[in-house]
Design a protein around this ligand. Structure first.
Ligand code: FE
Length: 350
């Protein structure tokens, strides 16, 4: 992340504070004296990482682009982009955080533009040489950026979006509403999942739908229980699958043929795991999804049991077994999260 009005040295301090605060959070007390000295900087970054992992926390209409010179495109408006998922990235060519993010953004442009994603790079300059449109054109060409770039020398679009740092990414749904925002590098898996989810959403149904707030594993306390406690809490079937990595027989669970809209939570700890938006009929007899609600809510581990090499999926909050993930799923992810119904608790959502 690269904040406006911070010197390069200031940026370095922010980065040190970020590293230190992360280690401090893990209990590395030896560096706590440094982190306390920089807490005002480190704290400013914390809401960002939480915020970035949320799904659908915001559903405000995105501000229209302000006037500016467009590169790689005729002038675009959000009004005309209705029906497209739009990724807006605020960047400037001299910002190395932006350069680190660029390969991923370019890959999304390449992979999803034919599926309805429009990427717009809003170039809001930091240094004088970044204000020169000829320089911007030259950098766009040499960085092999093929998506539309709007030059924002007067920061008009920047201000409309309330941006404070480079890079900042917004993902807009087909109705032009902000559904995700992230400041700084990273959270690429989450962003891609959001893009995939929004591409599958119907514009009109989204208009009627209420936003669903999904909590990530980081936002909830980890659940650690001993075997006896799990035995007492769970039914024998739940215990067998969730705690002993068992598998329910195909076509017997409650959810393999469930087509209702809603969220599937961990049956052991209540963490949100899957949305009906990512569910599909795999024909296997187990509930199948092409993506979890957030990469941060599941963990995967190699499972070589039963003479097969498989990838086990567990709940990140409580470590309970959920099922396996295979690479024969449908587009857009190509993944099949093959879950046990007994590991899940479904809640209907409008
Ligand atoms: Fe759990």
């Amino acid at each position: 992340m690269h904040r406006r009005n911070l010197s390069r040295t200031g940026l370095l301090i922010v980065l040190v504070a970020l590293v230190v605060s992360a280690d401090y959070a893990r209990g590395w007390a030896a560096v706590s004296f440094i982190s306390s000295g920089l807490a005002h900087l480190a704290n400013r970054t914390q809401p960002v990482s939480l915020e970035s992992a949320l799904l659908e926390t915001e559903s405000k209409a995105a501000p229209e682009f302000a006037a500016g010179i467009w590169i790689n495109s005729r002038p675009l408006t959000l009004k005309n982009l209705r029906g497209h998922v739009v990724l807006v990235e605020f960047w400037t060519f001299g910002c190395y955080n932006c350069r680190n993010t660029l390969p991923t953004v370019k890959s999304w442009h390449a992979r999803y533009r034919d599926k309805g994603l429009t990427v717009v790079g809003v170039h809001s300059p930091e240094l004088d040489n970044e204000r020169d449109i000829a320089n911007v054109r030259s950098e766009v060409a040499s960085l092999e950026i093929h998506f539309p770039v709007l030059t924002d020398n007067d920061f008009a679009t920047w201000k409309r979006y309330g941006v404070e740092a480079w890079p900042t990414l917004f993902i807009l749904d087909k109705s032009g509403r902000v559904r995700w925002r992230h400041v700084g590098e990273g959270a690429y898996d989450d962003a891609e999942q959001i893009i995939q989810q929004l591409l599958t959403e119907d514009e009109q149904s989204r208009d009627k739908a209420k936003p669903v707030r999904i909590e990530t594993a980081e936002m909830k306390e980890k659940i650690i229980k001993n075997d006896e406690e799990w035995r007492r809490q769970l039914s024998p079937d739940e215990y067998y699958v969730l705690r002993q990595s068992g598998t329910e027989p195909a076509f017997t669970g409650a959810y393999w043929a469930n087509h209702e809209k809603g969220v599937y939570y961990c049956a052991a700890c209540g963490l949100a795991l899957f949305s009906s938006d990512a569910k599909y009929d795999s024909g296997t007899g187990w509930p199948s999804f092409f993506a979890p609600v957030s990469e941060t809510n599941v963990i995967t581990e190699t499972d070589n049991s039963l003479g097969m090499a498989r990838t086990e999926v567990k709940c990140r909050r409580c470590g309970s077994h959920l099922g396996h993930v295979f690479d024969d799923g449908p587009r857009p992810s190509g993944l099949r999260y093959c879950m046990n119904s007994v590991s899940l608790k479904f809640e209907k959502k409008p």
